[in-house]
Ligand binder design. Structure first.
Ligand SMILES: *[C@@H]1O[C@H](CO)[C@@H](O)[C@H](O)[C@H]1NC(C)=O
Ligand SMILES: *[C@@H]1O[C@H](CO)[C@@H](O)[C@H](O)[C@H]1NC(C)=O
Ligand SMILES: *[C@@H]1O[C@H](CO)[C@@H](O)[C@H](O)[C@H]1NC(C)=O
Ligand SMILES: *[C@@H]1O[C@H](CO)[C@@H](O)[C@H](O)[C@H]1NC(C)=O
Ligand SMILES: *[C@@H]1O[C@H](CO)[C@@H](O)[C@H](O)[C@H]1NC(C)=O
Ligand SMILES: *[C@@H]1O[C@H](CO)[C@@H](O)[C@H](O)[C@H]1NC(C)=O
Ligand SMILES: [Zn+2]
Length: 354
């Protein structure tokens, strides 16, 4: 098992492996190389070939329902302030505060270099509630159409540092997982949203895996039900097993998720270079955060908070006290990180894009 782990790139240490290993002391030894939430769960290709259902996926992921590890590799007691390694020393960390787009002075990404958002669907699903902190949608069959990421000059993902006329190659990204943070991780002009969804994708360039994470803010101020999240809710609101560790709920075969239903209609986005927002906080992640939030109800946000079993902390310590006091003290958002001179660009879709 150690051999298998050593063959993998640092942030390729998968949650599957962490979970499978966790029955013993190996997790303690390997804890420092365990993948972060943004990068992790990938079922090994050989096993993937045999997985078609959420049931299979759960079996591979946790071995048996409710029987996962209760050994948090890290927690949110200090909202990540106590995490070590790159989390402490990195200079291009995430999340960050993003400026408003009113009268924006952000450099813009030319229309010839915009991300192409087609469709993303998932079947053979499982909903995983991880022992440390979060709700994650896994699928044995992610399927994308016309969802493509621009790459300029062979390695400039998102074409962030390229002139407007730079030749571009569009690459299909594969989906790793969809997971949620509450409160939001990125802020807008210093303001938090109730939650933030992360769609983790990867593209391979010259044999190297590169993560591109799409962030969607979830705004509770209008208390409007999010239909996509409703579809997940029945798999996360069973509190009876929450203290046991990772819990995986298979989703019936006929239930498919269309991720486009979660993303905002207007796809104007911020783009910048950052990191995983969980240990080991690996850098080299391209972040695409939509400027428009989607809506979520207070009840739904409560359900999300409740599912974050091991993140409990006093409201005095969390980043948005007002929400904490309403919803209870559970957050899994990392503290904001300094920009350190990084450039944030804006990719605009249409005139009504603020
Ligand atoms: C996949 O399933 C086949 C048939 O059940 C089995 O022989 C094979 O060992 C499985 N492969 C893996 C990687 O589990
Ligand atoms: C909360 O913050 C206080 C003051 O900064 C600190 O003393 C305490 O250890 C923190 N509690 C946790 C659980 O991080
Ligand atoms: C944007 O510019 C308009 C017109 O100059 C001004 O009225 C408005 O206050 C500005 N908005 C921000 C957020 O600076
Ligand atoms: C995978 O998803 C695609 C698109 O939804 C669907 O057409 C196909 O039947 C699915 N395959 C399996 C094995 O479920
Ligand atoms: C949000 O809406 C629900 C009904 O969907 C209602 O029960 C609840 O009281 C509302 N919460 C607030 C804070 O307005
Ligand atoms: C979980 O939520 C769903 C609706 O999203 C509801 O149908 C189901 O009864 C709830 N289960 C529990 C245990 O509360
Ligand atoms: Zn995340």
């Amino acid at each position: 098992m150690m051999t298998g782990a050593q063959k993998m790139p640092r942030d390729g240490w998968t949650r599957t492996q962490a979970v499978l290993l966790s029955a013993g002391f190996l997790l303690l030894l390997c804890g420092s190389v365990r993948g972060g939430s943004d990068g992790n769960l990938q079922v090994p290709a050989a096993v993937q070939a045999n997985i078609t259902s959420g049931e299979d996926l759960c079996k591979e992921t946790t071995q048996s329902k409710g029987n996962g590890p209760a050994i948090p590799a890290f927690n949110y007691a200090s909202s990540g302030d106590d995490w070590t390694g790159d989390c402490q020393t990195g200079k291009q960390q995430s999340p960050i505060d993003l400026p408003t787009t009113d009268n924006s002075t952000l450099g813009s990404i030319p229309s010839s270099h915009l991300v192409r958002f087609g469709t993303i669907t998932a079947s053979g699903n499982a909903v995983l509630r991880l022992e440390i902190d979060e709700v994650e949608l896994l699928s044995s069959n992610w399927s994308t159409a016309n969802f493509q990421i621009p790459v300029c000059g062979g390695d400039n993902i998102g074409c962030l540092e390229s002139p407007p006329d730079a030749p571009v190659e569009y690459m299909s990204a594969s989906i790793v997982n969809l997971h949620f943070h509450a409160n939001s991780e990125h802020t807008r002009n210093g303001n938090y949203y109730g939650a933030e969804a992360h769609l983790v994708t990867k593209i391979t360039l010259n044999g190297k895996k590169n993560l591109v994470v799409f962030g969607t803010w979830m705004d509770v101020s209008s208390n409007k039900t999010n239909e996509f999240f409703s579809g997940l809710q029945s798999y996360i609101n069973d509190t009876s097993v929450i203290s046991v560790g990772s819990v995986c709920s298979p989703v019936p075969e006929n239930v498919k998720f269309s991720i486009d239903n979660l993303l905002p209609a207007t796809k104007t986005y911020y783009a910048y270079r950052g990191s995983l927002t969980t240990p080991p906080c690996t850098e080299g992640v391209t972040w695409i955060v939509f400027t428009k939030p989607v809506q979520m109800s207070i009840t739904q946000l409560k359900a999300l908070y409740k599912s974050n079993a091991y993140t409990s902390q006093p409201c005095a310590n969390v980043t948005t006290n007002a929400l904490c006091n309403i919803l209870g003290a559970r957050t899994n958002n990392r503290l904001l990180q300094p920009l350190n001179g990084r450039t944030i660009k804006l990719g605009s879709y249409g005139p009504d894009s603020n």
